[in-house]
Design a protein around this ligand. Structure first.
Ligand code: NAP
Length: 222
């Protein structure tokens, strides 16, 4: 999708991106970070970040990886620009005060619930998007109102489940690294509720497949 495409009135354009093993795992056993992207894929991810107004992850990814979500402008092949807003889904206020995402190097917004807000570290900018949990539509509308036109969703498994199953996205790109992780404790690309049968499937359309470094990238639309 071209960066110039206009977003709908009630939500940003949502780009979902992740890197998985051939068996569809996001990380090693118990969520230990796997660094599945090779250099070429990291360049692609940083280009996507550079084209986004905001980047969204779940608090589970903060706990597992403590990412900074900054743009490496050299990797993106661009002169340094405005850093995208970093958005964390954290309904219960679990975000630790020392998380890198709170390092003030770029703006950060914590999406939380009315009950979770008071548990967050002081000085953190919050948006309340539900009473006990986070209503994705409410959050997307709040981000759009704030001027976010392009939102990149980077995971992890529960956030990917919410966004893909709600179909509130415009494009999914998956980098497949030519490795097998296996086992029963490595998180799958999509967690959340189980799918009982074909009537509950989330069906996507494959738009393209391209070799990238040692692996390949597949692009899907809802
Ligand atoms: N390979 C990749 O591309 C990639 C990218 C990112 C992450 N990861 C991996 O993914 C794993 C983390 O995944 P995860 O599933 O544990 O955590 P996650 O998806 O990052 O975060 C999930 C948490 O976010 C909170 N949340 C609040 N509202 C939500 C909503 N509407 N939908 C979904 N979540 C919501 C929930 O916690 P509360 O109820 O407490 O709010 C939930 O448990 C790590 O192993 C990490 O390494 C891999």
């Amino acid at each position: 999708m071209a960066a110039s495409t206009r977003p709908p009135a009630d939500r940003p354009i949502v780009w979902v991106n992740c890197a998985v093993s051939l068996d569809g795992r996001l990380a090693f056993a118990r969520g230990a970070r796997a660094r599945l992207s090779g250099p070429e894929d990291l360049d692609r991810v940083h280009r996507m970040r550079a084209e986004s107004d905001a980047i969204l992850i779940g608090v589970g990814t903060v706990a597992a990886d403590d990412p900074s979500l900054r743009v490496d402008w050299a990797r993106a092949g661009r002169p340094p620009g405005r850093p995208p807003l970093r958005v964390v889904l954290d309904a219960r206020g679990r975000l630790p005060p020392g998380a890198r995402i709170l390092d003030r190097s770029a703006p950060t917004l914590v999406a939380t619930s009315a009950s979770g807000r008071d548990r967050l570290p002081p000085g953190v900018e919050t948006v309340v998007a539900g009473e006990e949990s986070i209503d994705l539509d409410r959050l997307l509308a709040a981000l759009r109102e704030r001027g976010v036109e392009r939102l990149m969703v980077e995971g992890g498994a529960r956030v990917l489940a919410s966004v893909l199953r709600s179909r509130r996205f415009d494009r999914l790109t998956v980098y497949y690294a030519p490795v097998v992780i296996g086992g029963s404790l490595a998180p799958p690309m999509v967690a959340g509720r189980d799918t009982a049968g074909p009537e509950e499937l989330t069906a996507l359309k494959l738009e393209g497949v391209a070799r990238l470094g040692a692996g390949f990238v597949a692009t899907f639309v809802p």
